[in-house]
Design a protein around this ligand. Structure first.
Ligand code: SF4
Length: 238
């Protein structure tokens, strides 16, 4: 039976849900998102009526002009890594090097993140990494709500395809978007939150750790918690 799941304020979007086969928690439950992309239409390949497969999703994202960031980007940074990952890392948006190369977390901060994760035996073959917005905000400013609203459907679809057991938010912006609107990164980093069965944690963004090395010991403790959770719930990671 088809039901209307939601009708939001500014009202461009109605989500029709076929209750028997729609992965609602993955599509809607774990993110406090107010707008669902109308690009999420039925596909035969996914078996899910409102989810794009990887090819469709990447194609739609790479040609996207849904927000003004398309006018200043050099490349869409779709995200990359293991599409069968049990762990996802999500930052706020691409920086300069990411914009120039089209790959996520490849600048100094990305190298630092790689080094951090190697401490707990994680490398990029094991996880998926991406951002809330797929195009670089000019001068590395925080993405605007209107930009995140426009883009979040791509991330939501990625999460629905991957079905991770753990999502790690990199920094405040991703945490406030994905975990809780009033998330306090200084107080709540390293804590676990359950969102529709997905274990979610935020750690400091690697750029913040480069700027302020005094935060690094706390992040090391967070990584140890992540490693423990991976050992507890994952079967082919770490
Ligand atoms: S940031 Fe997202 S919504 Fe905006 S143009 Fe890029 S892909 Fe599209």
């Amino acid at each position: 039976m088809w039901v209307v799941y939601a009708l939001f304020k500014k009202m461009s979007t109605v989500i029709f849900v076929k209750s028997a086969d729609f992965q609602l928690p993955y599509f809607c439950g774990i993110m406090s998102i107010t707008v669902v992309s109308q690009d999420c239409y039925p596909t035969k390949e996914t078996g899910n009526p409102y989810m794009l497969n990887w090819t469709e999703l990447e194609s739609a994202c790479r040609s996207c002009q849904k927000c003004a960031l398309c006018e200043t980007r050099h490349n869409v940074v779709f995200g990359e890594g293991n599409r069968d990952a049990e762990v996802m890392f999500i930052g706020e948006g691409p920086g300069e090097q990411e914009d120039l190369t089209g790959h996520p977390f490849v600048g100094r901060a990305g190298q630092f993140l790689d080094d951090m994760l190697s401490i707990i035996d994680l490398d990029r073959s094991q996880y998926f990494i991406g951002n809330v917005v797929k195009c670089r905000p000019p001068q590395n400013r925080d993405p605007l709500n209107v930009e995140m609203d426009a883009c979040i459907g791509y991330l939501r679809n990625q999460v629905a395809l991957i079905r991770p057991k753990i999502i790690v938010c990199l920094g405040r912006i991703a945490a406030t978007r994905l975990i809780r609107e009033d998330f306090k990164i200084t107080k709540e980093h390293g804590q676990w939150f359950d969102r529709a069965g997905v274990h979610m944690m935020a750690i400091y963004h690697p750029s913040a750790l480069l700027r302020d090395p005094r935060k690094r010991p706390e992040s090391f403790e967070d990584l140890k918690k992540l490693q423990a959770k991976i050992r507890e719930v994952c079967t082919h990671t770490g």
